[in-house]
Design a protein around this ligand. Structure first.
Ligand code: BDR
Ligand code: CA
Length: 314
């Protein structure tokens, strides 16, 4: 069983990623830390608590709230056009009795990395601000964390916020730069693979027919929130009744690395240019010399990944 912390800006695809992680017998979610991004950090925290209640895991999952803005840049707006005003596609979830812990996200990450003694796998589904703050608190952190699966970036695919930048990196490039250069063992699950991994209406219909009775509310939630997400992807990317599974694929790959094919590349996060801020620049020359070597996912077995995603609910 892999021990993971998920750091999320709980929007529509983060919610599904968290639901999957809480249902998977191969993962133990040691905690969830929250960050601004799709919504503000208070809303991301509230959504996380409600999604945990919806999943009703057999064990306790602490939630620690983190950054409400980028490290150095002024706070930006949120993504209501993608994820709805409440971040979960205007779906309504009942409030949870659980509250966030008093500890800040970065302190939680530092403490858990110590406690879990080299076993912790970090999965980031939003801006990398909390991880950058954790690295500032504990400069030895990179050696204590087994691996970090980062949903973010694009090396060959187009960007999704600007022509070249993916949202999670674009939203705090300086934080991403610190994390990418930190020596952490990073697997970058970027748009190169997430844009190829689609959940479609037919999958939701299958879940409605086949889910276990105790997962019925989850499936209803997914049908409502995904309808919103599908509509955004119809307008933005001409998808038909489907959407890419950015955050769920990142959790799936952290659990089963064989779902993706990785290549070691030297990558730099662009922080200076206005046009290219947040671009993940890979040095693809035959003798690369610019950037820090990380693992970049370049291919995915999308069919198996989506099958696995659905399997925990049926
Ligand atoms: C990423 O941005 C957010 O909108 C999604 O939740 C995902 O983490 C995709 O670029
Ligand atoms: Ca996210």
């Amino acid at each position: 069983v892999r021990k993971v912390i998920i750091d999320a800006d709980t929007g529509i695809d983060d919610a599904l990623a968290i639901l999957y992680a809480l249902k998977s017998p191969a993962l133990r979610v040691e905690g969830i830390t929250t960050v601004f991004g799709n919504v503000d950090v208070q809303q991301a925290t509230e959504n996380t608590l409600r999604v945990i209640k919806l999943a009703s895991p057999a064990y306790e999952v602490p939630v620690a709230m983190g950054a409400d803005r980028p490290l150095k840049r002024p706070p930006t707006g949120f993504s209501a056009h993608v994820h709805g005003h409440n971040g979960i596609g205007e779906a309504e979830l009942p409030p949870s009795g659980q509250r966030a812990v008093a500890e800040r996200a970065e302190d939680f990450i530092v403490r858990k990395a110590d406690e879990l003694d080299g076993e912790l796998v970090l999965i980031t589904l939003g801006r990398l601000t909390n991880v950058a703050l954790a690295l500032a608190k504990d400069p030895g952190l990179a050696r204590k964390i087994k691996q970090v699966y980062v949903m973010g970036g694009a090396v060959q695919a187009a960007g999704n916020v600007t022509p070249v930048a993916e949202a999670n990196i674009w939203g705090d490039p300086e934080a991403a730069d610190i994390v990418f250069a930190s020596g952490l063992d990073i697997v970058m699950i970027g748009l190169d693979v997430t844009m190829k991994t689609h959940l479609a209406q037919e999958h939701l219909d299958f879940l409605q027919r086949r889910c276990r009775p105790e997962n019925r509310e989850i499936v209803e939630f997914l049908r409502t929130s995904m309808a919103y997400y599908f509509e955004f992807y119809r307008q933005a990317n001409h998808f038909v009744d489907a959407a890419p599974m950015h955050d769920p694929l990142t959790v799936l790959a952290a659990e089963e690395p064989g779902l993706v094919t990785n290549r070691t590349m030297r990558v730099t996060v662009e922080c200076e240019s206005a046009l290219c801020a947040g671009m993940t620049v890979a040095d693809l020359r035959p003798s690369p010399s610019v950037g820090t070597p990380i693992q970049v996912s370049i291919d995915v077995d999308a069919k198996t990944a989506v099958g696995k995603l659905l399997s925990v609910f049926i």
